[in-house]
Design a binder for this molecule. Structure first.
Ligand code: NAP
Ligand code: LUD
Length: 281
């Protein structure tokens, strides 16, 4: 059996098309959605992602402003900008691209963002809402994209075994909570898990968010499982996921490619959150 390829790029384009109509409606009502993205320093991957976000906003009519700040930006300058954006009523969403240069405290910066504008869903208020099951909060874009992909390609979630490899606050942990909310039975693996391969083999839906190129092998995957590869690793100038794609596609039922899988969905979910923030105003 060869796995069906889950076309994240195509699904993300469909979602953007749906959103373009909502943006047009909001704009007519005088609520032009606004997203401000803050990029500090010159991390080349971050520059690519932010450019992709800017382009996606432009294409569907979201008013986006990118604040490109130097590596030497001080804590006070960054917090000052966030404060200004918090108070600017034309700004519905604020996103500070991570990672930040090491002299800046990511938690402090995230905490400074108005939770109502935190379209990334990283503020503790929004993380807490996901945890307690309050549907009003913003959900981190990458796990939201993972869930949307699984739903749109038609896999059942309720009662299924979902295994998430990775427990970061931006991907693994919220992904686990989202699938729990969908009534899956969820296992979270991390670097201290005794036998990650054995845990993965039980998964009906396997979500890899590890940051280790091609860690997940064919014999870690139950035949027919849905495999979602969140990982983006640059190896010899090429992008590869956390899943050994060529191997695993021989046993999986469905699999996301890298690139063209979860990455474009992250951006589509960011646009969706921004549109929602504007609609709530
Ligand atoms: P992270 O913060 O580095 O977290 C990695 C997690 O994997 C940690 O929980 C770590 O465990 C665990 N881990 C590391 N090695 C392991 C191993 N050998 N076995 C089991 N678990 C292991 O990374 P992240 O921010 O979640 O990102 C993960 C990957 O997704 C990266 O490749 C990143 O580039 C990519 N990513 C993609 C998107 C997208 O839109 N497609 C978005 C965000 C991230 P401990 O907690 O024990 O250290
Ligand atoms: N920080 C994110 N840091 C990194 N892939 C993204 C991402 C687009 N505050 C904050 O945007 O949500 C975030 N909020 N993240 N990420 C990763 C993470 C953040 C990753 C990949 C892509 C955003 C993307 O467009 C393309 C794909 O997988 O097809 C390929 C892009 C390429 O490198 O060519």
């Amino acid at each position: 059996m060869t796995a069906r390829i889950i076309d994240g790029k195509g699904i993300a384009a469909e979602i953007r098309k749906e959103l373009a109509q909502k943006v047009a409606d909001l704009t007519v009502q005088g609520k032009l959605p606004g997203l401000d993205v803050v990029l500090v320093g010159d991390n080349p991957a971050s520059a690519v992602y932010v450019r992709n976000k800017e382009k996606a906003c432009r294409e569907i009519g979201i008013n986006s402003t990118i604040h490109r700040l130097s590596e030497a930006t001080t804590r006070e300058e960054l917090l000052g900008l966030i404060d200004r954006l918090n108070r600017d009523t034309t700004v519905h969403g604020i996103l500070v691209q991570l990672p930040l240069p090491s002299h800046l405290d990511e938690d402090e910066v995230i905490n400074a963002i108005d939770p109502e504008k935190d379209v990334d869903g990283f503020h503790p208020i929004n993380a807490g809402k996901l945890q307690v099951g309050d549907a009003d909060g913003f959900v981190p874009c990458t796990p939201a994209g993972v869930l949307e992909l699984v739903k749109r390609q038609g896999a059942a979630i309720q009662g299924q075994q979902v295994v998430v490899v990775g427990r970061s606050n931006i991907v693994g942990k919220p992904a686990a909570l989202l699938f729990l909310r969908e009534n899956a039975t969820v296992t979270i693996c991390h670097s201290r898990t005794k036998d990650v391969a054995a845990e993965c083999r039980r998964a009906d839906i396997l979500i890899a968010a590890v940051g280790r190129p091609q860690l997940i092998k064919k014999d870690w995957v139950k035949p027919g499982a849905v495999v979602i590869d969140v990982g983006i690793n640059r190896v010899d100038g090429k992008l590869v996921g956390d899943v050994d794609y060529e191997e695993v596609r021989q046993v999986a039922g469905a699999i996301t490619p890298v690139p063209g899988g979860v990455g474009p969905m992250t951006i589509a979910m960011l646009l969706k959150a921004t549109v929602e923030a504007a609609a709530r105003e």
